[in-house]
Write a protein that binds this ligand. Structure first.
Ligand code: ATP
Ligand code: MG
Length: 421
């Protein structure tokens, strides 16, 4: 036998027994996107590497360790997108979307790629849904982005989630805090993990985001950024918190929350679940007032979030929340004889055009086996056609839920099935 090939490590097939749940989720998420008046954007799965190097940030884990980067046949460096914000901003600039409305509200549900160590809730290809609001520095946009994320989780039935909030300041006030942080970690620098010792020099805020136990311990008592925010950042943060209060969205302040990406300014938030073990974040987001400009666009602000579909699914399954139903055909055609088989093809076409999900025997089964198959797949009706029925232009329709059987003229099948189901 030929050698079998498996999915690459950290990736998965989504089979029919599960794909209906994904469709359900995507559907429900899009409903809420629509209610908030967002428009979907689709961008290429790969981009020039430079986009992420500049847009996510050279000092981030994503750029330094996690990207799928390859040279294409023309020798250009390309990267499978590890996140969506940089791509959305690239598209916003490329197509001058600000000409199509001062504020652009874009949503997506798309696969992302990061070469991380696979574990529960951490894959190498995973799906994110998220939004970006581009073109306004106002705190109302932050509130809307957070409210939208919470509304989706709420709509799906999730309850025990915590919203964590922080502000990471702006280029005006962050340098002060950076200095304060370095000063307070000066004496323990040598005991931080090797990555954090580098971060101490390149990007000390990132130390607060380190997942290593030792770094968490050593940074337990560092001063929070809140006391070092400039007037404008403090005002913005207060306005966002007020908006959340008005919407009755509870949150906790978390001075350690700095998020993984370099381009964030002011609002940073994360939504975590207690049910995910160490991979506890389902959603992360925040404001980025510098990114559009840094990527060659006008000096406008953005705010958005991204949430992980696989982690969302884990929580929903754990809590037994509704995830849709596997689709069941309304009709399974049972045919006997060559003429009936041909007639059934035509009847199926008609019923399908009337909107019904129909199945017929493709495997040359006996009548008995076809009936068994109709029951196995959960069809609502078996529509039985043999020589007798053909001569009368009438099928025997068996309601498989209650066992009743009725003669129905071919032309009346759609009507009957609609009425009787
Ligand atoms: P983490 O701290 O868990 O690595 P992150 O800060 O890297 O998360 P973001 O870049 O903010 O995550 O992505 C937003 C969301 O996407 C996360 O909250 C998570 O739900 C999901 N996510 C991120 N990386 C992965 C992954 N490798 N596999 C599955 N889901 C992921
Ligand atoms: Mg990560």
């Amino acid at each position: 036998m030929a050698k079998k090939i498996q999915t690459p490590r950290g990736t998965q097939d989504i089979l029919p027994e599960e794909s209906y749940q994904w469709l359900y989720l995507e559907n429900e998420i899009r409903k809420i996107f629509n209610r908030f008046d967002f428009f979907e954007i689709r961008t290429p799965v790969f981009e020039e590497t430079e986009l992420f190097a500049r847009g996510v940030g050279e000092t981030t884990d994503i750029v330094q360790k996690e990207m799928y980067t390859f040279e294409d046949r023309g020798g250009k460096s390309m990267t499978l997108r590890p996140e969506m914000t940089a791509s959305v901003v690239r598209a916003y600039i490329q197509h001058a979307l600000w000409n199509q409305g001062a504020v652009q509200k874009l949503s997506y549900i798309s696969p992302m790629f990061r070469q991380e160590r696979p574990q529960a809730g951490r894959l190498r290809q995973f799906y994110q849904f998220g939004v970006e609001i581009l073109g306004t520095p106002g705190p109302v946009a932050d509130v809307e982005a957070i409210a939208l994320a919470m509304e989706i989780f709420n709509h799906l039935g999730l309850r025990n989630l915590t919203l964590r909030m922080n502000s990471v300041g702006c280029p005006k006030c962050r340098p002060n805090y950076r200095a304060v942080l370095r000063e307070s970690l000066k004496n323990v620098k040598g005991r931080l993990c090797p990555d954090c010792q580098v971060r101490y020099d390149t990007n000390p805020l990132r130390i607060l985001d380190c997942k290593k136990e030792i770094c968490r311990k050593l940074t337990e008592d560092v001063p929070g950024i809140e006391d070092y925010l400039c007037e404008e950042c403090r005002g913005h943060f207060n306005a966002v918190k007020n908006g959340l209060k008005v919407l009755e969205i509870p949150y906790t302040s978390d001075k350690r929350l700095v998020r993984g990406l370099d381009y964030y300014t002011r609002t940073a938030f994360e939504i975590v679940s207690t049910e995910l073990g160490s991979q506890d974040a389902v959603c992360g987001g925040g404001r980025y007032d510098r990114l559009v400009f840094e990527l060659g666009g006008p000096d406008v602000s953005g705010v958005g979030f991204a949430a992980g579909m696989e982690r969302l699914l884990v929580i929903m399954r754990k809590n037994g929340l509704p995830l849709g139903e596997p689709p069941r055909p309304e009709v399974y055609f049972v045919s006997l004889g060559e003429n009936a088989k041909t007639a059934v093809l035509k009847l199926a076409q008609q019923l399908r055009r009337s909107g019904f999900r129909c199945e017929l025997d493709l495997a040359g089964r006996s009548v008995k086996a076809q009936m068994r198959e109709a029951n196995r797949i959960g069809a609502l009706f078996a529509v039985i056609v043999g020589e007798d029925e053909l001569s009368k232009n009438e099928a025997q329709v068996k309601n498989l839920e209650n066992g009743t059987q009725t003669g129905v003229p071919f032309g009346k099948l759609p009507e009957f099935i609609r009425r009787d189901q």
